[in-house]
Design a protein around this ligand. Structure first.
Ligand code: GLV
Ligand code: MN
Ligand code: MN
Length: 416
């Protein structure tokens, strides 16, 4: 499976992956997913939002255990973020079948569409639509960098954008979600462990900062006469870095657009995206508020104007403690060493499903570089195999005969 995926959407000049939602590369990945499902005689379901599910057993029976992750990437992303979870899901099914295990409840492998939000700006768009936390009308109007709306792109790809929206029936069938993911830091390296279990996801979000100024000539406009939005942006980027350090948080401007973008012209407009994260929501609120205030004060001095818009905001996730402990015990195996339990600053569909009331857990596979969202992201093959074995033990535990399901089967709120 890995060999099939390696060339798809890889940029030869950087070695990074450019697998954006509904791009040609993404369609190839979707076909790959469908073929892997077919090869295992796992019926494929594509929900109204483009999320793919391969089922072992009939999901209509309910209390299903879902695993999987996503296949899209950030610009020049690594090979593992997302695909490792999908491949490991299929490989864990293979491992269970090889030993003739018969699950008493359905097992699903998922490919969630547009997890990174690279193309349309909203992280975890597929799982947000599924759970009703992204309005279909808002989603349809989202634009990519070429100005194409999601509505247009879906039509071009043979999908009906009018069908976007929550699927409470499908969600009701999912009793548990377990996402395996490459670790995106060095926690497991420091712990000397190949596999860990997640405790929490930091709250995080994306804010668009629009700095408006006055376009003019780079040679003839005296320095004192300029209204240069690049200056306001530059000070804002420095302030964001300093404020994040002071707050023990994270702030990143990873993307800017400069209009009109001439070397010999003062820009009229700089659009920049702030990614901010912290261990708790209050810290982010104060951090973003402070960055915004400092930017506005600077704009007054520069004669520029600032607008700020929240594009994608995710609340803190604390994973179900009972499930987390059960998963950690299954990963360790009888008499095995305790498995590290650690939080992450990276976002995941697991956070969205957890917020929708589905008991959710995550496994992390050690990443020796600690690097992620970049081509140096890595996992040793032996650790990937350990991840598959651990996931298989977890699925076996959760779908073997037992008295009590991991999930409270009471009603859940969808679309709040
Ligand atoms: C997704 O991986 C994110 O953390 O932004
Ligand atoms: Mn990612
Ligand atoms: Mn990911």
């Amino acid at each position: 499976m890995w060999d099939d995926l390696v060339p798809v959407g890889r940029d030869p000049s950087t070695g990074g992956y450019r697998r954006y939602a509904w791009s040609d590369a993404d369609l190839t990945l979707r076909e790959w997913f469908a073929a892997e499902a077919a090869r295992r005689e796992m019926p494929l379901v594509e929900d109204r939002n483009g999320n793919q599910f391969a089922w072992w057993g009939d999901p209509a029976e309910g209390d299903a255990v879902l695993t999987g992750s996503h296949l899209d990437s950030v610009p020049d992303g690594g090979a593992y973020d997302g695909p490792l979870g999908v491949v490991s899901g299929f490989a864990a099914v293979d491992a269970l079948r090889t030993k003739d295990f018969q699950p008493v409840r359905p097992i699903g492998v998922a490919n969630f569409v547009d997890e990174e939000g690279t193309r349309f700006g909203i992280a975890c768009a597929g799982s947000r639509l599924l759970t009703g936390t992204l309005e279909p009308s808002r989603a349809r109007a989202l634009r990519d960098r070429d100005g194409h709306t999601l509505d247009e792109v879906l039509r071009r790809r043979g999908r009906d954008p009018e069908r976007l929206g929550a699927e409470p029936e499908l969600l009701d069938r999912i009793g548990t979600f377990v996402e395996l993911h490459v670790e995106q830091g060095r926690g497991l390296v420091d712990d000397g462990a190949p596999i860990g279990v997640a405790s929490a996801i930091w709250p995080h979000g994306r804010w668009r900062f629009d700095f408006h100024g006055r376009a003019d000539h780079a040679g003839t406009t005296r320095m004192a006469d300029r209204q240069d939005p690049m200056l306001t942006y530059a000070m804002t980027a420095l302030a964001a870095n300093k404020q994040a350090r002071l707050a023990d948080a994270r702030a990143t401007f990873g993307r800017i657009e400069v209009v009109p973008g001439g070397t010999n012209a003062i820009p009229s407009h700089v659009r920049a995206w702030l990614d901010a994260r912290a261990a708790d929501e209050d810290t982010i609120a104060v951090l973003v508020g402070t960055i915004r205030r400092l930017a506005t004060e600077r704009a007054e001095r520069d004669g520029t104007r600032l607008e700020v818009e929240a594009e994608s905001v995710s609340a803190a996730t604390t994973f179900d403690v009972g499930l987390r402990d059960r998963v950690a015990a299954a990963v360790a195996g009888p008499g095995g060493a305790a498995v590290p339990v650690l939080p992450t600053g990276a976002g995941h569909d697991a956070g969205i499903l957890s917020a929708a009331g589905i008991p959710t857990a995550m496994l992390f596979v050690r990443n020796p570089t600690g690097v992620s969202h970049a081509p140096d992201e890595y996992a040793e093959f032996a650790d990937c195999e350990a991840g598959v074995a651990a996931l298989a033990r977890v699925l076996e535990d959760l779908t073997g005969p037992r008295d009590v399901g991991p999930r409270d089967t009471g009603p859940r709120d969808v679309g709040t």
